[in-house]
Design a protein around this ligand. Sequence first.
Ligand SMILES: Cc1cc2nc3c(=O)[nH]c(=O)nc-3n(C[C@H](O)[C@H](O)[C@H](O)COP(=O)(O)OP(=O)(O)OC[C@H]3O[C@@H](n4cnc5c(N)ncnc54)[C@H](O)[C@@H]3O)c2cc1C
Ligand code: SF4
Length: 555
Amino acid sequence: MPATACEFDYDYIVIGSGFGGSVAAHRLTEKGYRVAVMEMGRRWTPENLPKTNWILWRWLWRPGLALRGFFNITPFRHALILHGCAVGGGSITYANTLLIPPERIWDSGSWAGLAPWKQEMPRHYQTAIRMLGVTENRILGPADRILRHAADVAGIGHTFYRTQVAVFQPPEGEAGGKTYPDPYFGGEGPERTTCIGCGGCMIGCRFNAKNSLDKNYLYLAEKHGARVFEETKVVDVTPLNGQADGRDGYEVRTAKSIAWLRRAPKRFTCRGVIFAASALGSMDLLFRLKQKGSLPGLGDQLGQRVRTNAESLIGVRFPHGSEDLSKGIAIGSGIYIDQDTHIEAANYPEGADAIAIIVTVHTGGRTVCVRILLWVSGMARSMLRHPIKTFRSLQPVGWSRESLILLCMQTVDGYFHMRMGRPWFWPFRKVLMSYGKRVPTFIPRANEFARKVAEQVGGTPMSMVTEILFDVPGTAHILGGCPIGGSRADGVVDHRGRVFGYRNMYVCDGSVLAANLGVNPSLTICAIAERAMSMIPSAAEKQWDDAAEECAARG
Ligand SMILES: Cc1cc2nc3c(=O)[nH]c(=O)nc-3n(C[C@H](O)[C@H](O)[C@H](O)COP(=O)(O)OP(=O)(O)OC[C@H]3O[C@@H](n4cnc5c(N)ncnc54)[C@H](O)[C@@H]3O)c2cc1C
Ligand code: SF4
Protein backbone atom coordinates (compact mmCIF):
# COMPACT_ATOMS: atom_id res chain seq x y z
CA MET A 1 0.00 0.00 0.00
CA PRO A 2 1.53 3.37 -0.94
CA ALA A 3 1.79 5.72 2.05
CA THR A 4 -0.32 8.89 2.04
CA ALA A 5 1.38 12.29 2.33
CA CYS A 6 0.52 12.75 6.02
CA GLU A 7 2.17 9.40 6.90
CA PHE A 8 5.57 10.83 5.96
CA ASP A 9 7.65 12.85 8.42
CA TYR A 10 8.13 15.45 5.67
CA ASP A 11 6.98 15.92 2.08
CA TYR A 12 10.52 16.80 0.95
CA ILE A 13 13.90 16.36 2.59
CA VAL A 14 16.56 18.70 1.21
CA ILE A 15 20.16 17.51 1.71
CA GLY A 16 22.46 20.54 2.06
CA SER A 17 21.58 24.19 2.70
CA GLY A 18 23.82 25.95 0.14
CA PHE A 19 22.66 27.81 -2.95
CA GLY A 20 20.66 24.98 -4.54
CA GLY A 21 19.33 23.67 -1.20
CA SER A 22 18.17 27.04 0.12
CA VAL A 23 16.35 27.90 -3.10
CA ALA A 24 14.66 24.47 -3.01
CA ALA A 25 13.69 24.79 0.67
CA HIS A 26 12.18 28.25 0.17
CA ARG A 27 10.28 27.47 -3.02
CA LEU A 28 8.91 24.12 -1.75
CA THR A 29 7.79 25.67 1.54
CA GLU A 30 6.14 28.46 -0.42
CA LYS A 31 4.29 25.82 -2.47
CA GLY A 32 2.80 24.39 0.71
CA TYR A 33 5.08 21.39 1.30
CA ARG A 34 6.42 20.25 4.68
CA VAL A 35 10.19 20.57 4.27
CA ALA A 36 13.22 19.49 6.30
CA VAL A 37 16.76 20.59 5.46
CA MET A 38 19.63 18.36 6.62
CA GLU A 39 22.90 20.30 6.90
CA MET A 40 26.21 18.79 7.92
CA GLY A 41 27.76 22.16 8.90
CA ARG A 42 27.11 24.48 11.83
CA ARG A 43 25.01 27.63 12.14
CA TRP A 44 27.07 30.83 12.15
CA THR A 45 26.13 34.25 13.53
CA PRO A 46 28.08 37.52 13.94
CA GLU A 47 28.70 36.41 17.53
CA ASN A 48 30.44 33.08 16.79
CA LEU A 49 32.22 33.87 13.47
CA PRO A 50 36.01 34.07 13.97
CA LYS A 51 37.78 37.46 13.85
CA THR A 52 40.68 35.95 11.92
CA ASN A 53 41.35 32.66 10.14
CA TRP A 54 44.23 31.91 12.55
CA ILE A 55 41.45 30.62 14.81
CA LEU A 56 41.67 27.45 12.74
CA TRP A 57 39.07 25.47 14.71
CA ARG A 58 36.38 28.03 13.84
CA TRP A 59 37.52 28.49 10.24
CA LEU A 60 38.37 25.04 8.85
CA TRP A 61 35.98 22.08 8.62
CA ARG A 62 37.62 18.79 9.57
CA PRO A 63 35.46 17.51 12.47
CA GLY A 64 37.64 14.39 12.96
CA LEU A 65 40.42 16.78 14.04
CA ALA A 66 38.05 18.96 16.13
CA LEU A 67 38.11 21.68 13.44
CA ARG A 68 34.46 22.74 13.20
CA GLY A 69 34.55 25.81 10.99
CA PHE A 70 32.82 26.57 7.69
CA PHE A 71 35.67 26.33 5.14
CA ASN A 72 36.94 23.07 3.72
CA ILE A 73 39.99 22.24 1.59
CA THR A 74 39.92 18.85 -0.14
CA PRO A 75 42.93 17.69 -2.19
CA PHE A 76 42.55 15.53 -5.31
CA ARG A 77 45.09 14.48 -7.94
CA HIS A 78 43.46 16.84 -10.44
CA ALA A 79 42.49 19.84 -8.27
CA LEU A 80 42.73 21.33 -4.79
CA ILE A 81 39.11 22.11 -4.01
CA LEU A 82 38.06 24.92 -1.65
CA HIS A 83 34.44 24.71 -0.51
CA GLY A 84 32.01 25.75 2.18
CA CYS A 85 30.23 23.74 4.86
CA ALA A 86 27.66 25.54 7.02
CA VAL A 87 24.01 26.37 7.45
CA GLY A 88 23.88 28.53 4.30
CA GLY A 89 26.46 26.31 2.54
CA GLY A 90 29.21 28.12 0.63
CA SER A 91 27.48 31.49 1.11
CA ILE A 92 29.04 31.90 4.57
CA THR A 93 32.60 31.79 3.19
CA TYR A 94 32.06 33.00 -0.37
CA ALA A 95 33.07 36.38 -1.75
CA ASN A 96 29.53 37.58 -2.67
CA THR A 97 30.22 38.05 -6.36
CA LEU A 98 27.32 37.02 -8.55
CA LEU A 99 27.63 37.35 -12.29
CA ILE A 100 25.57 36.12 -15.25
CA PRO A 101 27.74 33.96 -17.55
CA PRO A 102 27.93 34.51 -21.32
CA GLU A 103 24.99 33.03 -23.26
CA ARG A 104 27.29 30.68 -25.20
CA ILE A 105 27.61 28.38 -22.16
CA TRP A 106 24.18 26.90 -23.07
CA ASP A 107 25.38 25.88 -26.55
CA SER A 108 27.84 23.18 -25.51
CA GLY A 109 28.00 20.37 -22.97
CA SER A 110 25.38 17.72 -22.25
CA TRP A 111 22.64 20.28 -21.53
CA ALA A 112 22.77 21.87 -25.03
CA GLY A 113 19.42 21.71 -26.80
CA LEU A 114 17.50 20.13 -23.90
CA ALA A 115 15.53 23.27 -23.05
CA PRO A 116 15.14 26.78 -24.48
CA TRP A 117 17.78 27.96 -21.95
CA LYS A 118 18.45 31.33 -23.56
CA GLN A 119 14.75 32.24 -23.47
CA GLU A 120 14.00 30.80 -20.03
CA MET A 121 17.07 31.49 -17.91
CA PRO A 122 17.00 35.34 -17.90
CA ARG A 123 13.85 35.41 -15.74
CA HIS A 124 15.29 32.90 -13.26
CA TYR A 125 18.53 34.92 -13.06
CA GLN A 126 16.44 38.02 -12.36
CA THR A 127 14.53 36.23 -9.55
CA ALA A 128 17.81 35.05 -7.98
CA ILE A 129 19.31 38.56 -8.30
CA ARG A 130 16.30 40.05 -6.51
CA MET A 131 16.29 37.42 -3.76
CA LEU A 132 20.03 37.73 -3.13
CA GLY A 133 19.97 41.55 -3.22
CA VAL A 134 22.62 41.82 -5.93
CA THR A 135 23.83 45.34 -6.81
CA GLU A 136 26.93 46.90 -8.34
CA ASN A 137 29.86 47.25 -5.94
CA ARG A 138 30.23 50.88 -4.85
CA ILE A 139 33.13 50.29 -2.43
CA LEU A 140 36.29 50.06 -4.52
CA GLY A 141 39.36 49.22 -2.43
CA PRO A 142 43.10 49.58 -3.13
CA ALA A 143 43.19 46.09 -4.75
CA ASP A 144 40.57 47.23 -7.28
CA ARG A 145 42.52 50.39 -8.03
CA ILE A 146 45.69 48.38 -8.73
CA LEU A 147 43.73 46.10 -11.07
CA ARG A 148 42.27 49.09 -12.92
CA HIS A 149 45.69 50.72 -13.31
CA ALA A 150 47.27 47.47 -14.56
CA ALA A 151 44.43 47.01 -17.06
CA ASP A 152 44.94 50.58 -18.33
CA VAL A 153 48.67 49.96 -18.78
CA ALA A 154 47.93 46.71 -20.64
CA GLY A 155 45.52 48.55 -22.97
CA ILE A 156 42.45 46.68 -21.70
CA GLY A 157 41.21 49.36 -19.30
CA HIS A 158 37.85 49.43 -21.13
CA THR A 159 37.10 45.90 -19.84
CA PHE A 160 37.41 46.94 -16.17
CA TYR A 161 34.10 46.62 -14.33
CA ARG A 162 32.82 46.78 -10.76
CA THR A 163 31.50 43.40 -9.65
CA GLN A 164 27.83 42.67 -8.93
CA VAL A 165 27.71 41.78 -5.24
CA ALA A 166 25.18 40.39 -2.76
CA VAL A 167 25.99 42.96 -0.09
CA PHE A 168 23.81 45.54 1.67
CA GLN A 169 25.73 48.69 0.79
CA PRO A 170 25.24 52.14 2.34
CA PRO A 171 23.38 54.74 0.30
CA GLU A 172 25.64 57.12 -1.68
CA GLY A 173 27.33 59.59 0.65
CA GLU A 174 26.60 57.65 3.89
CA ALA A 175 29.20 55.73 5.91
CA GLY A 176 28.63 52.00 6.45
CA GLY A 177 27.62 50.38 9.73
CA LYS A 178 24.05 51.73 10.02
CA THR A 179 21.22 49.28 10.78
CA TYR A 180 18.00 49.37 8.75
CA PRO A 181 14.76 47.37 8.97
CA ASP A 182 14.56 44.61 6.29
CA PRO A 183 15.46 46.39 3.02
CA TYR A 184 14.69 43.46 0.69
CA PHE A 185 11.45 41.60 1.42
CA GLY A 186 8.90 44.25 2.40
CA GLY A 187 9.48 43.67 6.12
CA GLU A 188 9.42 39.86 5.99
CA GLY A 189 13.20 39.55 6.17
CA PRO A 190 15.65 40.34 8.99
CA GLU A 191 17.04 43.81 9.76
CA ARG A 192 20.38 44.54 8.12
CA THR A 193 23.44 46.69 8.62
CA THR A 194 25.31 48.43 5.81
CA CYS A 195 28.74 47.25 4.67
CA ILE A 196 31.86 48.85 6.14
CA GLY A 197 34.20 47.51 3.41
CA CYS A 198 36.37 45.55 5.87
CA GLY A 199 37.19 42.83 3.30
CA GLY A 200 36.17 40.06 5.69
CA CYS A 201 33.55 38.39 3.45
CA MET A 202 35.57 35.17 2.96
CA ILE A 203 35.91 34.52 6.69
CA GLY A 204 32.24 35.29 7.31
CA CYS A 205 30.63 38.71 7.68
CA ARG A 206 30.45 39.72 11.36
CA PHE A 207 28.65 42.96 10.48
CA ASN A 208 25.32 41.67 9.13
CA ALA A 209 26.00 43.22 5.70
CA LYS A 210 26.60 40.16 3.52
CA ASN A 211 23.45 38.71 1.94
CA SER A 212 24.32 35.11 2.79
CA LEU A 213 21.54 32.54 2.35
CA ASP A 214 20.58 32.58 6.04
CA LYS A 215 19.44 36.20 5.46
CA ASN A 216 17.22 35.52 2.44
CA TYR A 217 16.19 32.15 0.91
CA LEU A 218 16.86 30.04 3.99
CA TYR A 219 15.58 32.69 6.40
CA LEU A 220 12.24 32.84 4.56
CA ALA A 221 12.05 29.03 4.26
CA GLU A 222 12.47 28.66 8.04
CA LYS A 223 10.02 31.47 8.70
CA HIS A 224 7.41 29.60 6.64
CA GLY A 225 7.92 26.28 8.37
CA ALA A 226 10.98 24.53 6.94
CA ARG A 227 12.94 22.80 9.69
CA VAL A 228 16.74 23.02 9.42
CA PHE A 229 18.67 20.21 11.15
CA GLU A 230 22.21 21.55 11.58
CA GLU A 231 25.31 19.38 12.23
CA THR A 232 23.30 16.55 10.65
CA LYS A 233 24.89 14.47 7.91
CA VAL A 234 22.76 12.33 5.60
CA VAL A 235 24.29 8.86 5.37
CA ASP A 236 21.59 6.85 3.60
CA VAL A 237 18.56 7.30 1.33
CA THR A 238 16.49 4.20 0.41
CA PRO A 239 13.16 3.78 -1.37
CA LEU A 240 10.35 2.72 1.02
CA ASN A 241 8.46 -0.59 0.76
CA GLY A 242 11.09 -2.05 -1.61
CA GLN A 243 9.71 0.05 -4.52
CA ALA A 244 12.85 0.40 -6.62
CA ASP A 245 11.85 3.73 -8.23
CA GLY A 246 10.83 5.44 -4.98
CA ARG A 247 7.12 5.63 -5.85
CA ASP A 248 6.22 5.02 -2.18
CA GLY A 249 8.66 7.62 -0.87
CA TYR A 250 12.05 7.38 0.81
CA GLU A 251 13.73 6.68 4.12
CA VAL A 252 16.54 9.10 4.98
CA ARG A 253 19.09 8.20 7.66
CA THR A 254 21.29 10.77 9.36
CA ALA A 255 24.15 10.94 11.87
CA LYS A 256 25.59 13.78 13.96
CA SER A 257 28.38 15.26 11.81
CA ILE A 258 30.60 16.65 14.58
CA ALA A 259 30.38 13.70 16.99
CA TRP A 260 33.27 11.26 17.36
CA LEU A 261 31.41 8.53 19.21
CA ARG A 262 27.73 9.22 19.88
CA ARG A 263 26.62 9.81 16.33
CA ALA A 264 22.90 9.93 17.30
CA PRO A 265 21.55 8.08 14.23
CA LYS A 266 18.06 9.18 13.14
CA ARG A 267 15.56 7.96 10.57
CA PHE A 268 13.08 10.13 8.64
CA THR A 269 10.57 9.36 5.91
CA CYS A 270 9.59 11.64 3.06
CA ARG A 271 7.84 11.63 -0.28
CA GLY A 272 10.62 13.36 -2.24
CA VAL A 273 14.34 14.04 -1.85
CA ILE A 274 16.43 16.97 -3.10
CA PHE A 275 20.17 16.31 -3.19
CA ALA A 276 21.82 19.75 -2.78
CA ALA A 277 25.04 18.82 -1.00
CA SER A 278 27.29 20.61 -3.59
CA ALA A 279 29.19 19.03 -6.47
CA LEU A 280 31.54 17.16 -4.11
CA GLY A 281 28.95 16.39 -1.42
CA SER A 282 26.28 15.08 -3.80
CA MET A 283 28.78 12.99 -5.78
CA ASP A 284 30.19 11.49 -2.58
CA LEU A 285 26.79 10.64 -1.15
CA LEU A 286 25.30 9.33 -4.42
CA PHE A 287 28.34 7.12 -5.13
CA ARG A 288 28.05 5.60 -1.64
CA LEU A 289 24.29 5.02 -2.06
CA LYS A 290 24.78 3.44 -5.48
CA GLN A 291 27.59 1.16 -4.30
CA LYS A 292 25.87 -0.02 -1.12
CA GLY A 293 22.70 -0.82 -3.03
CA SER A 294 20.44 1.88 -1.55
CA LEU A 295 19.99 3.59 -4.96
CA PRO A 296 21.44 1.06 -7.43
CA GLY A 297 19.62 2.58 -10.42
CA LEU A 298 21.64 5.82 -10.44
CA GLY A 299 23.08 6.45 -13.91
CA ASP A 300 26.64 5.61 -14.93
CA GLN A 301 27.33 9.25 -15.73
CA LEU A 302 27.72 9.87 -11.99
CA GLY A 303 31.18 11.38 -11.42
CA GLN A 304 31.67 12.23 -15.10
CA ARG A 305 32.76 15.61 -16.45
CA VAL A 306 33.77 17.43 -13.28
CA ARG A 307 34.87 20.99 -14.04
CA THR A 308 36.96 23.57 -12.18
CA ASN A 309 35.62 26.62 -14.08
CA ALA A 310 39.16 26.52 -15.58
CA GLU A 311 40.16 28.48 -12.51
CA SER A 312 43.64 29.49 -11.44
CA LEU A 313 44.52 31.42 -8.27
CA ILE A 314 47.50 33.71 -8.67
CA GLY A 315 48.42 37.00 -7.06
CA VAL A 316 50.96 39.62 -6.16
CA ARG A 317 52.46 40.45 -2.77
CA PHE A 318 53.79 43.94 -2.09
CA PRO A 319 55.93 43.46 1.02
CA HIS A 320 56.55 47.18 1.62
CA GLY A 321 53.32 48.49 0.10
CA SER A 322 51.96 51.66 1.69
CA GLU A 323 48.32 50.74 0.98
CA ASP A 324 46.25 48.27 2.99
CA LEU A 325 45.05 45.84 0.29
CA SER A 326 42.76 44.02 2.70
CA LYS A 327 40.13 46.78 2.52
CA GLY A 328 37.10 46.74 0.23
CA ILE A 329 34.55 44.03 -0.61
CA ALA A 330 36.28 40.62 -1.03
CA ILE A 331 35.94 40.62 -4.84
CA GLY A 332 35.43 44.21 -5.90
CA SER A 333 36.22 44.34 -9.61
CA GLY A 334 37.26 42.40 -12.69
CA ILE A 335 38.70 42.66 -16.18
CA TYR A 336 38.74 40.53 -19.34
CA ILE A 337 42.18 39.88 -20.79
CA ASP A 338 40.65 38.10 -23.79
CA GLN A 339 37.25 36.74 -24.83
CA ASP A 340 37.68 33.58 -22.72
CA THR A 341 39.82 34.79 -19.82
CA HIS A 342 38.44 36.77 -16.92
CA ILE A 343 40.41 38.03 -13.89
CA GLU A 344 38.94 39.37 -10.63
CA ALA A 345 40.73 41.24 -7.83
CA ALA A 346 40.18 39.58 -4.45
CA ASN A 347 41.34 40.21 -0.89
CA TYR A 348 41.23 38.73 2.62
CA PRO A 349 40.70 40.97 5.69
CA GLU A 350 43.48 42.34 7.84
CA GLY A 351 45.01 39.67 10.08
CA ALA A 352 43.48 36.74 8.15
CA ASP A 353 46.91 35.64 6.99
CA ALA A 354 46.52 31.87 7.47
CA ILE A 355 45.68 31.37 3.78
CA ALA A 356 49.34 32.33 3.04
CA ILE A 357 50.30 28.80 4.06
CA ILE A 358 49.15 27.48 0.65
CA VAL A 359 50.80 30.27 -1.36
CA THR A 360 54.34 30.55 -2.76
CA VAL A 361 56.41 32.55 -5.24
CA HIS A 362 55.11 32.20 -8.79
CA THR A 363 57.20 30.82 -11.60
CA GLY A 364 56.81 30.13 -15.33
CA GLY A 365 57.13 26.78 -17.12
CA ARG A 366 54.41 24.90 -18.93
CA THR A 367 55.33 21.44 -17.69
CA VAL A 368 55.52 20.58 -14.02
CA CYS A 369 59.15 19.41 -14.22
CA VAL A 370 60.31 22.68 -15.79
CA ARG A 371 58.19 24.62 -13.30
CA ILE A 372 59.71 22.86 -10.28
CA LEU A 373 63.24 23.36 -11.62
CA LEU A 374 62.56 27.04 -12.26
CA TRP A 375 60.97 27.40 -8.83
CA VAL A 376 63.87 25.76 -6.97
CA SER A 377 66.52 27.73 -8.88
CA GLY A 378 64.50 30.96 -8.62
CA MET A 379 64.05 30.55 -4.86
CA ALA A 380 67.75 29.77 -4.37
CA ARG A 381 68.80 32.82 -6.43
CA SER A 382 66.33 35.07 -4.71
CA MET A 383 67.41 33.87 -1.24
CA LEU A 384 71.05 34.59 -2.07
CA ARG A 385 70.47 37.97 -3.72
CA HIS A 386 67.59 39.40 -1.65
CA PRO A 387 67.27 37.26 1.48
CA ILE A 388 65.19 39.78 3.43
CA LYS A 389 62.79 40.55 0.54
CA THR A 390 62.35 36.81 -0.18
CA PHE A 391 61.69 36.03 3.47
CA ARG A 392 59.19 38.89 3.68
CA SER A 393 57.34 37.59 0.60
CA LEU A 394 56.99 34.11 2.04
CA GLN A 395 56.28 34.62 5.74
CA PRO A 396 52.54 34.83 6.48
CA VAL A 397 52.35 37.79 8.90
CA GLY A 398 50.90 40.81 7.08
CA TRP A 399 49.96 38.73 4.00
CA SER A 400 46.38 40.05 3.73
CA ARG A 401 47.40 43.73 4.02
CA GLU A 402 50.07 43.24 1.36
CA SER A 403 48.45 40.88 -1.16
CA LEU A 404 46.26 41.23 -4.21
CA ILE A 405 44.69 37.90 -5.22
CA LEU A 406 44.01 37.49 -8.93
CA LEU A 407 41.20 35.03 -9.49
CA CYS A 408 41.41 33.82 -13.08
CA MET A 409 38.58 31.90 -14.82
CA GLN A 410 38.05 30.73 -18.39
CA THR A 411 35.07 29.55 -20.44
CA VAL A 412 37.28 27.07 -22.33
CA ASP A 413 36.21 23.46 -21.85
CA GLY A 414 38.14 20.83 -19.93
CA TYR A 415 37.14 18.30 -17.30
CA PHE A 416 38.20 15.25 -15.34
CA HIS A 417 36.17 12.50 -13.68
CA MET A 418 35.56 11.16 -10.15
CA ARG A 419 35.05 7.64 -8.81
CA MET A 420 35.04 5.93 -5.43
CA GLY A 421 38.29 4.17 -4.62
CA ARG A 422 40.81 3.30 -1.94
CA PRO A 423 43.89 5.55 -1.98
CA TRP A 424 47.21 3.64 -1.76
CA PHE A 425 48.21 5.62 1.33
CA TRP A 426 44.92 4.91 3.20
CA PRO A 427 43.28 1.73 1.87
CA PHE A 428 40.89 1.35 4.84
CA ARG A 429 38.07 3.50 3.48
CA LYS A 430 36.69 4.33 0.07
CA VAL A 431 36.84 8.02 -0.83
CA LEU A 432 36.19 10.17 -3.89
CA MET A 433 39.18 10.07 -6.25
CA SER A 434 39.77 12.01 -9.46
CA TYR A 435 40.97 10.47 -12.71
CA GLY A 436 41.24 11.27 -16.43
CA LYS A 437 43.01 13.95 -18.41
CA ARG A 438 44.33 16.88 -16.40
CA VAL A 439 42.81 20.36 -16.73
CA PRO A 440 45.37 23.11 -17.44
CA THR A 441 47.09 24.57 -14.38
CA PHE A 442 48.96 27.13 -16.34
CA ILE A 443 47.14 30.06 -17.99
CA PRO A 444 50.03 31.85 -19.75
CA ARG A 445 48.26 35.18 -20.40
CA ALA A 446 47.01 35.42 -16.82
CA ASN A 447 50.47 34.60 -15.43
CA GLU A 448 52.02 37.20 -17.71
CA PHE A 449 49.50 39.75 -16.44
CA ALA A 450 50.36 38.94 -12.79
CA ARG A 451 54.08 39.35 -13.54
CA LYS A 452 53.45 42.76 -15.14
CA VAL A 453 51.36 43.94 -12.17
CA ALA A 454 54.20 42.87 -9.86
CA GLU A 455 56.78 44.75 -11.96
CA GLN A 456 54.68 47.94 -12.07
CA VAL A 457 54.33 48.24 -8.30
CA GLY A 458 57.47 46.45 -7.13
CA GLY A 459 55.80 43.28 -5.83
CA THR A 460 56.37 39.52 -6.05
CA PRO A 461 54.04 37.39 -8.21
CA MET A 462 52.51 34.55 -6.19
CA SER A 463 50.75 31.27 -6.95
CA MET A 464 49.31 28.31 -5.06
CA VAL A 465 51.90 25.80 -3.83
CA THR A 466 49.99 22.93 -5.44
CA GLU A 467 49.94 24.65 -8.85
CA ILE A 468 53.73 25.09 -8.83
CA LEU A 469 54.91 21.85 -7.22
CA PHE A 470 52.26 19.27 -8.15
CA ASP A 471 50.64 20.72 -11.30
CA VAL A 472 47.33 20.75 -9.40
CA PRO A 473 45.14 23.84 -9.90
CA GLY A 474 43.26 25.31 -6.96
CA THR A 475 39.56 26.02 -7.40
CA ALA A 476 36.67 27.31 -5.32
CA HIS A 477 34.33 26.62 -8.25
CA ILE A 478 33.95 22.88 -8.51
CA LEU A 479 31.09 21.99 -10.89
CA GLY A 480 29.54 18.94 -12.53
CA GLY A 481 29.62 15.23 -11.70
CA CYS A 482 25.81 14.77 -11.87
CA PRO A 483 25.38 16.48 -15.24
CA ILE A 484 22.11 17.42 -16.87
CA GLY A 485 21.56 15.16 -19.89
CA GLY A 486 18.89 13.98 -22.29
CA SER A 487 18.96 10.40 -20.98
CA ARG A 488 20.79 8.12 -18.54
CA ALA A 489 23.36 7.67 -21.31
CA ASP A 490 24.63 11.24 -21.02
CA GLY A 491 23.37 12.59 -17.70
CA VAL A 492 22.37 11.81 -14.13
CA VAL A 493 19.42 14.24 -14.14
CA ASP A 494 17.15 15.68 -16.80
CA HIS A 495 16.90 19.41 -17.58
CA ARG A 496 14.53 19.85 -14.61
CA GLY A 497 17.03 18.31 -12.17
CA ARG A 498 15.02 15.05 -11.86
CA VAL A 499 17.16 11.97 -11.27
CA PHE A 500 16.80 9.37 -14.05
CA GLY A 501 15.28 6.17 -12.67
CA TYR A 502 13.67 7.61 -9.50
CA ARG A 503 10.45 9.45 -8.72
CA ASN A 504 10.31 12.74 -6.81
CA MET A 505 14.08 12.81 -6.57
CA TYR A 506 16.14 15.82 -7.69
CA VAL A 507 19.71 17.09 -7.72
CA CYS A 508 19.85 20.85 -7.28
CA ASP A 509 23.38 22.17 -6.83
CA GLY A 510 26.65 22.86 -8.65
CA SER A 511 26.95 19.20 -9.64
CA VAL A 512 24.35 19.53 -12.43
CA LEU A 513 26.21 22.29 -14.30
CA ALA A 514 27.48 21.08 -17.66
CA ALA A 515 29.91 23.84 -18.71
CA ASN A 516 32.72 26.04 -17.39
CA LEU A 517 30.92 29.35 -16.87
CA GLY A 518 33.98 31.60 -16.87
CA VAL A 519 32.36 33.61 -14.05
CA ASN A 520 31.61 32.78 -10.40
CA PRO A 521 28.94 30.05 -10.40
CA SER A 522 26.56 30.63 -7.46
CA LEU A 523 24.07 32.83 -9.32
CA THR A 524 23.74 30.18 -12.03
CA ILE A 525 23.28 27.45 -9.39
CA CYS A 526 20.45 29.53 -7.86
CA ALA A 527 18.89 30.27 -11.25
CA ILE A 528 18.94 26.59 -12.30
CA ALA A 529 17.40 25.66 -8.92
CA GLU A 530 14.74 28.37 -9.33
CA ARG A 531 13.88 26.90 -12.74
CA ALA A 532 13.70 23.32 -11.43
CA MET A 533 11.53 24.32 -8.46
CA SER A 534 9.21 26.46 -10.61
CA MET A 535 8.21 23.26 -12.46
CA ILE A 536 7.15 21.33 -9.34
CA PRO A 537 3.38 21.62 -8.84
CA SER A 538 2.13 23.11 -5.58
CA ALA A 539 1.09 20.85 -2.68
CA ALA A 540 -2.57 21.72 -3.34
CA GLU A 541 -2.32 20.16 -6.82
CA LYS A 542 -1.35 16.78 -5.26
CA GLN A 543 0.59 15.67 -8.33
CA TRP A 544 3.25 13.34 -6.98
CA ASP A 545 5.17 10.69 -8.97
CA ASP A 546 7.26 13.26 -10.80
CA ALA A 547 9.75 11.29 -12.88
CA ALA A 548 12.40 12.19 -15.46
CA GLU A 549 11.68 11.32 -19.06
CA GLU A 550 14.39 10.40 -21.52
CA CYS A 551 14.53 13.09 -24.17
CA ALA A 552 15.58 12.19 -27.69
CA ALA A 553 15.33 15.73 -29.05
CA ARG A 554 18.89 17.03 -28.76
CA GLY A 555 19.68 20.23 -30.61
C1 LIG B 1 36.47 31.01 -0.44
C2 LIG B 1 35.38 30.87 -1.47
C3 LIG B 1 34.93 32.01 -2.15
C4 LIG B 1 33.93 31.88 -3.11
N1 LIG B 1 33.45 33.02 -3.72
C5 LIG B 1 32.44 32.92 -4.61
C6 LIG B 1 31.88 34.09 -5.20
O1 LIG B 1 32.29 35.22 -4.92
N2 LIG B 1 30.86 33.92 -6.08
C7 LIG B 1 30.38 32.69 -6.43
O2 LIG B 1 29.47 32.61 -7.26
N3 LIG B 1 30.88 31.57 -5.88
C8 LIG B 1 31.89 31.66 -4.98
N4 LIG B 1 32.38 30.52 -4.39
C9 LIG B 1 31.83 29.22 -4.80
C10 LIG B 1 30.49 28.95 -4.12
O3 LIG B 1 30.65 28.96 -2.72
C11 LIG B 1 29.97 27.58 -4.57
O4 LIG B 1 29.95 27.53 -5.98
C12 LIG B 1 28.55 27.36 -4.07
O5 LIG B 1 28.49 27.46 -2.67
C13 LIG B 1 28.05 25.97 -4.49
O6 LIG B 1 26.67 25.89 -4.17
P1 LIG B 1 25.96 24.48 -3.96
O7 LIG B 1 24.52 24.73 -3.77
O8 LIG B 1 26.39 23.58 -5.05
O9 LIG B 1 26.59 23.87 -2.62
P2 LIG B 1 27.11 24.51 -1.27
O10 LIG B 1 26.79 25.96 -1.21
O11 LIG B 1 28.54 24.11 -1.14
O12 LIG B 1 26.22 23.77 -0.17
C14 LIG B 1 26.24 22.39 0.02
C15 LIG B 1 26.02 22.10 1.49
O13 LIG B 1 25.73 20.71 1.63
C16 LIG B 1 26.29 20.26 2.85
N5 LIG B 1 26.47 18.80 2.77
C17 LIG B 1 27.37 18.10 2.03
N6 LIG B 1 27.20 16.78 2.20
C18 LIG B 1 26.18 16.63 3.08
C19 LIG B 1 25.53 15.49 3.66
N7 LIG B 1 25.88 14.24 3.35
N8 LIG B 1 24.53 15.71 4.55
C20 LIG B 1 24.14 16.97 4.87
N9 LIG B 1 24.73 18.08 4.35
C21 LIG B 1 25.71 17.91 3.45
C22 LIG B 1 27.59 21.03 2.96
O14 LIG B 1 27.97 21.12 4.32
C23 LIG B 1 27.22 22.38 2.37
O15 LIG B 1 26.86 23.31 3.37
C24 LIG B 1 33.38 30.62 -3.41
C25 LIG B 1 33.82 29.47 -2.72
C26 LIG B 1 34.81 29.60 -1.75
C27 LIG B 1 35.27 28.38 -1.02
S1 SF4 C 1 33.25 43.87 3.38
FE1 SF4 C 1 33.05 43.46 5.59
S2 SF4 C 1 31.09 44.38 6.18
FE2 SF4 C 1 31.13 44.28 3.93
S3 SF4 C 1 30.06 42.33 3.46
FE3 SF4 C 1 32.26 41.87 3.51
S4 SF4 C 1 32.62 41.22 5.65
FE4 SF4 C 1 30.64 42.26 5.62
